[in-house]
Design a protein around this ligand. Structure first.
Ligand code: SF4
Ligand code: SF4
Length: 403
């Protein structure tokens, strides 16, 4: 339960995230990395020293190794020798990479397949134009993305990762987009949650108060009509919430949504700097003023995560009804951007909360009692607490259809 006053240490990693650098050939509108101060660029010469250092701090084989950018394929000259050396050293580790897909080609696809990578393509489907450039508009990149899909999807090693924002609210539209693109009704769509606000771009794509209830109604309707069932943030979080009730999972067992508050989840760069997470650099500072460089792999006992705040140290989270769904938004945000991200997260989690309650009881919750602002008590806008007037006195606007 990390905070500046109770910092977390790190151990030999189970989840091992390697940051190659934050360079990217795109500049997406709500990217969490957009304004992060850049460290010195890494290069292929760093790989040997990095590999030689591993025996002193990676004491047992990691379960998963994630290769992060920026855009990781911008760093292909470093990524190739690094991943090949790690595959030799840790033959059983799951490898994964998230890419914008624009730099894929037949040779890289073949290599990713051979090394056993799981690949995720960041793409917002019908809302991609809001996010940034569209690799599907480039015939060669489109061909390469679809070729990689055909290679890896049958083995469950491919997903499109989409994010929801105020200009891309419909998960049903996102799911339909990728089903049509691939011709595969069972296409896997990773992520699928509402964006956090890391800067003004993210804030502009956040829900405005007059949109809270209409978004919740839309999201709930799509979930119970089964139109968002291929999207992992819906499927996984609904079942996780249902199980939290079935098994009385205590809040005290909950970590942060991204898992970077775990001592065995570690993000490092090739210089050995240990980072808050893969989305920051060693030269950047967190909103609480602490460095995002939380130590060095040569002195693991000194690593201290002071840049983050576990949900249990926030004033809003411990009493929040959707805590088991949300798990506390981004752990290093503070101030107004935290407030906006928390509002997004609440409206994002509430339809999943409602779907879970309906799954268990057959009843749809419409009002939550508690020490909450009125627009949070009012689940869908029936109390008349919507900035847009809500749906008070109107018939239940969500058709009753078996999910
Ligand atoms: S919605 Fe906000 S208050 Fe509730 S758990 Fe998420 S971040 Fe915390
Ligand atoms: S701390 Fe977690 S939620 Fe925040 S940017 Fe890093 S990985 Fe994402």
């Amino acid at each position: 339960m990390t905070s500046r006053d109770t910092p977390l240490g790190k151990t030999s990693p189970r989840i091992f995230k390697i940051s190659l650098g934050l360079s990217c050939n795109y500049a997406c509108e709500y990217c969490s990395q957009r304004f992060v101060a850049r460290n010195d660029e890494t290069n292929p010469e760093d790989v040997t020293g990095f590999m030689e250092s591993l025996d002193s701090w990676v004491l047992s084989p990691p379960e998963a190794i994630e290769f992060w950018g920026g855009e990781p394929l911008v760093y292909i000259k470093t990524l190739r020798p690094l991943a090949e050396a790690l595959r030799l050293k840790f033959p059983q580790a799951r490898f994964s990479v998230i890419t914008n897909g624009s730099l894929l080609n037949p040779q890289i696809n073949h290599w990713l397949d051979d090394l056993g990578f799981t690949v995720s393509i960041s793409h917002d489907g019908p809302g991609q134009h809001v996010r940034g450039p569209d690799p599907l508009g480039d015939p060669l990149a489109r061909q390469a993305i679809l070729e990689l899909y055909r290679r890896l999807a049958p083995q469950g090693r491919f997903s499109f990762n989409a994010m929801v924002n105020r200009s891309n609210q419909s998960r049903a539209a996102i799911q339909a987009f990728f089903a049509e693109l691939t011709g595969d009704p069972d296409v896997m769509i990773g992520e699928g949650g509402f964006v956090d606000a890391y800067d003004d771009g993210g804030r502009a794509l956040s829900l405005k108060p007059e949109e809270f209830h209409s978004f919740r109604r839309l999201a709930f309707q799509e979930i119970r009509q089964g139109k968002a069932g291929r999207i992992s943030s819906v499927r996984d979080r609904t079942m996780s919430f249902v199980n939290s009730l079935r098994f009385k999972r205590p809040a005290s067992s909950l970590g942060q949504k991204c898992g970077m508050d775990r001592s065995d989840s570690i993000a490092v760069d090739l210089k050995g700097n240990v980072l808050t997470c893969q989305n920051v650099s060693a030269t950047a500072a967190a909103p609480n003023g602490e460095s995002h460089c939380i130590g060095h792999t040569s002195q693991m006992q000194e690593v201290a995560l002071k840049s983050a705040t576990h949900w249990s140290h926030r004033k809003e989270c411990p009493g929040c009804p959707v805590l088991q769904v949300c798990k506390g938004a981004c752990m290093f945000l503070q101030g107004p951007l935290w407030d906006v991200s928390c509002d997004n997260a609440y409206s994002d989690a509430l339809p999943i909360f409602a779907a879970g309650i309906e799954f268990l009881t057959g009843l749809v919750p419409v009002h939550i009692e508690g020490n909450l602002p009125p627009d949070r008590k009012d689940v869908f806008g029936f109390d008349g607490n919507s900035a847009d007037g809500g749906v008070k006195g109107k018939p239940f606007p969500i058709p009753v259809v078996a999910a």
